[in-house]
Design a protein around this ligand. Structure first.
Ligand SMILES: *Cc1c(COP(=O)(O)O)cnc(C)c1O
Length: 841
């Protein structure tokens, strides 16, 4: 961590003196521009100004980070580590300026260069180190931890290439590498002196120590160096700056010494690449695993280096006494991706510090906590035993031992029930036996949580039911949230000002206060202002859609938006079938009560996910036909926005009227896009799935367009599902299928949509698209009718924002910290807050 290592040698100036090295923002900006970057007024490029500004802000972050760490070192506080293969951070500059309250200073400093902050900010590349919801959740959590002054460190991988960039060519997705570090990443600070070694391959041997005890040694390994890069995470106006530590893989210096000595110098150097591959690229799969060896290497690389980091710190302070280790540490595993941590912590304690199994297990199973993110079977990670044996032989031994002891417990709980043992075993038998990573995570953790109320209930009653019977006390719910700083204050500055004019600005740090907006939902003047802000935000999205898609949107029309990863369970297909239905109505001239709408869809498909890519093609072809048709123009426009990412969402969610959250019930664990839209005053059209249920509970059914089968109904529906008959019996859906099957949207591309058509018609369609179609159309027409009453719609919009208090990640993180982590906010911040409250009173 920045300056947290206790290596003070007495000759360096102390912190207080160092602080005074900072001048004001203008002077520091100039110094970085002219000296650090060596530029002058002739090269006033946006990029150099961005870098100079980022360094100026970073100086301030580093100062606060150092103070935060010094204060925590003094108090030796209990800490949490959030370990995640993904952190979908987006841009850092605007968020840091907001959280440090430097907006006015920065704007003034930029005046010297006649530059607008918005323009300078747009030079920053998104840090796209994540796929979608899971990675963005990790990013929102970091913001909340810092804003709540909680001692939490994020651990992740510094991928050289993040989430791919998507372009659309002839309607199809094309992937381009995301070389996000090319122009430099000014936010990070490397700490090579704190690098860790991570072992791979080799074999395990026994040896006897001088006390006659037998140990296992993992030898002849091929080691990889993990080099830390620290990214500062500022809290909102509280002087706290936490750390996200990202590991980069590098070759060790003695790599392939043997080959080197044999004269194959260049071959040996080329081998460096193999080590460095580990942190080269993020796997672009969302909610599905692909079982590649390199992915397992990434998981172990992250987990081992992060645990070593924490243990090394512990040993520096406490020598090798681990008695109190569990009192001061807790590890939150973001999905099963880092679940090898359970075995790795055991290995480190037993092999490196000679701790007995039982004591090591006590430490491990009281410090690990696991968050499950999905019920989809294709997302459950399994690794083949032979792969593990080759790559991580010592960890396989440890997993076998954990399993043996666990199955003994199972045998006691269910005497004589061999089937139970087979069912719960960490090892799945078969041609190639597999390690069930979720089971390893459950067995090794004291807490197992789902991410929305329904999701947790389904975990307890379905997927993990037997574990729930064994350990009901482990299971708990933590409904997801999103940070109101980025997702309202930063991305919707006009709404931020309006809200603040009416209820003050406390909602930014305490989002439960947003409920005070309710008082004004019937206030004419407030409604007018609210409407105008939405309209201005829509105009900004109009410009983005024009440049990105070449489609002309109109901000007087209803903006109907679905942006998220493309996945069959998320049912972008249902959305586009409804669009076709609207188009048919228009073609028939049934336009009398039609509400003009612009439909925006965006999201990336995993490169190997055929159906998702077909759906993108269908959306684009339908859009092309509709946008070309002059009859449709006044009523319907459709666009697919390429390269959906965090930065795009910052323009999209403030401009949305209708938020599409239409997954098959029981399939979306939580959703967080739904929360961003709600905060920004969009009204949800959605199923009873994930956090939609809690959104509906909070906003009330009058302010939500509900449709579709319920989760508990789906299995009965599936048992006698006949989608062909459903289509026949539905006037709307049969017309849609007739047009689709006629090839109207693929006139010169025969049969390209056959697989999509057949999937909907298949009796085993798990997504129940045909089943929910009529119900969806009815909800859509209710939404459209409601939109025609501007005042009523604006009221609903205000009420949605006002009811979104629960969906702040501050609430989520408070629950993690109180109910799982049992960590306390930094003392100073509590005192400051008490002081403030006294002054207010
Ligand atoms: C919030 C967010 C997501 C998650 O969206 P869901 O609708 O919950 O799937 C995915 N990607 C990005 C860029 C986001 O900002």
């Amino acid at each position: 961590m920045i300056m947290s290592r206790k290596n003070s040698n007495g000759q360096l100036p102390d912190t207080a003196k160092v602080e005074t090295l900072l001048a004001n923002v203008s002077e520091d900006l100039n110094r970085h521009f002219y000296y650090t970057l060596g530029r002058d007024k002739n090269v006033e490029s946006r990029l150099y100004l961005y870098h100079a500004l980022a360094l100026t802000i970073r100086d301030r972050l580093v100062a606060k980070c150092r103070k935060t760490n010094e204060q925590r070192d003094k108090q030796s506080t209990r800490k949490a580590a959030y370990i995640s293969l993904e952190f979908l951070m987006g841009r850092a500059l605007g968020n840091a300026i907001l959280n440090l309250d430097l907006e006015d200073d920065v704007k003034k400093a930029l005046e010297q260069y006649s530059a607008e902050l918005e323009c300078v900010s747009s030079a920053e590349h998104d840090a796209g180190l994540g796929n979608g919801g899971l990675g963005r959740l990790a990013a929102c959590f970091l913001d909340s931890c810092a804003s709540l002054a909680l001692p939490v460190v994020g651990y992740g991988i510094r991928y050289e290439y993040g989430m791919f960039n998507q372009s659309i060519e002839n309607g199809y997705q094309v992937e381009h590498p995301d070389n996000w570090l090319r122009e430099g990443h000014p936010w990070e600070l490397s700490a090579p002196e704190q690098s860790k070694r991570v072992k791979f391959f080799g074999h395990v041997e026994s040896y006897v120590d001088k006390h006659g005890r037998t140990h296992r040694a993992w030898v002849n390994t091929q080691d990889v160096l993990a080099v830390p890069y620290d990214v500062p995470i500022p809290g909102y106006k509280n002087d706290i700056v936490n750390t996200l530590r990202l590991w980069k893989a590098e070759a060790t210096d003695e790599f392939n010494l043997r080959e080197f000595n044999e004269g194959s110098y260049s071959d040996a150097v080329a081998q460096k690449n193999l080590a460095e591959q580990i942190s080269m690229v993020l796997y672009p799969n969302d909610s599905s695993e692909n079982g590649k060896e390199l992915r397992l290497r990434q998981q172990y690389f992250l987990t081992s280096s992060s645990l070593q980091d924490i243990i090394d710190d512990w040993v520096t302070e406490n020598d090798e006494n681990f008695d109190d280790f569990a009192k001061f540490h807790v590890f939150q595993l973001n999905d099963t991706h880092p679940s090898i941590a359970v075995a790795e912590l055991m290995r480190l304690l037993i092999d490196e510090y000679e701790i007995e199994w039982d004591k090591a297990w006590e430490i491990t199973s009281s410090t690990m906590a696991y968050t499950n993110h999905t019920l989809l079977p294709e997302a459950l990670e399994r690794w083949s035993v032979p792969l593990f044996e080759r790559l991580l032989p010592r960890l396989l031994e440890i997993i076998y031992e954990i399993n043996a002891r666990f199955l003994a417990q199972v045998a006691i709980h269910w005497p004589g029930d061999v089937a139970k043992q087979r069912e719960l075993s960490l090892i799945e038998e078969g041609d190639v036996p597999q390690i069930r990573m979720a089971y390893l995570a459950i067995v090794g953790s004291f807490s197992v949580n789902g991410v929305a109320a329904l999701h947790t209930e389904l975990l307890k009653s379905g997927l993990f039911n037997t574990f729930y019977q064994l350990w009901p006390e482990k299971f708990n719910n933590k409904t997801n949230g999103v940070t109101p700083r980025r997702w309202l204050a930063h991305c919707n500055p006009d709404l931020k000002s309006l809200i603040t004019d009416y209820i003050g600005d406390e909602w930014i740090a305490d989002f439960s206060k947003i409920k005070d907006l309710r008082r004004y939902y019937d206030d004419k003047q407030f409604q007018t202002k609210w409407f105008e802000v939405k309209k201005a935000n829509k105009d900004k999205l109009v410009a983005l859609v024009k440049t990105q898609c070449g489609v002309e949107f109109d901000s007087d029309m209803m903006f109907d938006v679905q942006v998220k990863r493309i996945h069959e369970y998320k049912r972008q297909l249902l959305n586009i079938l409804h669009v076709i239905h609207l188009y048919i109505q228009i073609c028939k001239g049934e336009t009398k009560n039609l509400t003009p709408r612009c439909v925006l869809i965006g999201g990336k498909a995993a490169p190997g996910y055929y159906m998702a890519k077909q759906i993108i093609k269908l959306i684009n072809n339908v859009a092309e036909v509709i946008n070309k048709d002059e009859r449709a123009k006044p009523y319907l426009r459709v666009a697919f926005i390429p390269n959906y990412n965090v930065t795009a969402m910052e323009t999209i969610c403030p401009a949305t009227d209708l938020s599409e959250q239409i997954s098959t019930a029981g399939k979306e664990a939580s959703g967080t896009g739904n929360m961003k839209f709600m905060m920004n005053g969009a009204i949800t059209i959605g199923t009873l799935d994930g956090a939609n249920i809690e959104i509906l509970e909070n906003v009330g059914s009058d302010n939500f367009f509900l449709f579709g089968a319920k989760a508990e109904e789906t299995s009965a529906i599936k048992s006698s599902y006949n989608p062909q008959k459903v289509i026949q019996d539905s006037e709307h859906l049969s017309a849609v299928f007739k047009l689709l099957e006629s090839g109207h949207f693929n006139l010169f591309e025969p049969n390209i949509f056959d697989d999509i058509i057949n999937a909907v018609k298949c009796p085993s369609d798990p997504w129940l698209t045909a089943h929910d179609f009529d119900s969806y159309c009815e909800a859509q027409s209710n939404a459209a009718r409601a939109y025609q009453d501007k005042t009523h719609w604006t009221q609903m919009s205000i009420l949605n924002t006002a009811a979104s208090g629960k969906f702040s990640s501050d609430r989520t993180i408070s629950q993690y910290s109180e109910e799982i982590w049992q960590i306390e906010p930094d003392l100073k911040q509590i005192k400051d807050k008490e002081q403030m409250e006294k002054q207010h009173a």
